[in-house]
Design a binder for this molecule. Structure first.
Ligand code: SF4
Ligand code: SF4
Length: 227
């Protein structure tokens, strides 16, 4: 049996290591443009001071340099997915998970959440977790092992007994886009597993960098706004 718990543990471990390396790299870029006489990027500096100019330059570097590069690489990763294809195993149609219940999705949909609206237009909830377990036991075991918060299980009634979509030409965008993220867990049977394996290290790095940059931006902006 495929051990997804082990896969998740190993992914988290890889992410922690990549996160540390990325944090060091970003700090290095910040220090490269650090003027003399200032100490910490998170300090509060007077308006017009070298410290404040440094903080603004760092924010500019994030937006105009590093983030642009991150989004460019992310687009490349998604474009590379086109080299691979769905092999029709049907698993993503038979089991879709959400942290939201059908009622919560309806509320989100009414508030113009397009993903929630599309999700509800495709998937219906399973009556029990055991029905979902019968489809993909390894996945449900992984959720149990990781004591994940409440997860709701859904399936699409348009999949026929031969694992074929009965409305393939009109399938919505979320079906066409799947998998839209190489960091998501994919069933072993999925035709995109090779794509995920190849791009995962870079995707992890990009994800880590965005997380680190968000942290910097939030804390620098908090000081700038008070100045
Ligand atoms: S609409 Fe078709 S492709 Fe989309 S989940 Fe249903 S069966 Fe799968
Ligand atoms: S899990 Fe992958 S291979 Fe299977 S139906 Fe979905 S996209 Fe296609």
């Amino acid at each position: 049996m495929e051990d997804l718990t082990q896969s998740v543990t190993s992914l988290r471990q890889k992410y922690r290591e990549i996160f540390k390396t990325s944090a060091t790299e970003i700090q290095k870029r910040i220090d490269e443009i650090k003027p003399q006489g200032v100490v910490d990027i998170f300090d509060k500096y007077p308006a017009g001071s070298r410290g404040e100019i440094w903080q603004k330059s760092v924010l500019k570097m994030f937006d105009e340099d590093i983030c642009k590069e991150i989004y460019r690489k992310w687009s490349e990763i998604l474009a590379y997915k086109n080299e691979f294809s769905c092999i029709g195993c049907g698993t993503c149609c038979k089991l879709a998970c959400s942290e939201f219940s059908p009622e919560q999705l309806k509320v989100k949909s009414k508030k113009n959440d397009r993903f929630a609206a599309q999700f509800l237009s495709v998937f219906v909830p399973y009556n029990s977790k055991e029905e979902a377990r019968a489809i993909y036991p390894e996945y449900i075991k992984m959720l149990d092992d990781n004591k994940e918060d409440e997860v709701y299980f859904y399936h699409c009634p348009k999949l026929n007994d031969c694992n074929r979509c009965m409305d393939y030409e009109n399938r919505p965008q979320i079906c066409r886009d799947f998998p839209d993220n190489p960091l998501a867990l994919l069933p072993k049977s999925c035709g995109y597993v090779k794509w995920k394996e190849e791009v995962e290290p870079v995707a992890l790095m990009l994800h880590a960098m965005l997380e680190i940059i968000d942290y910097y931006k939030e804390h620098i902006n908090a000081n700038l706004n008070r100045a």
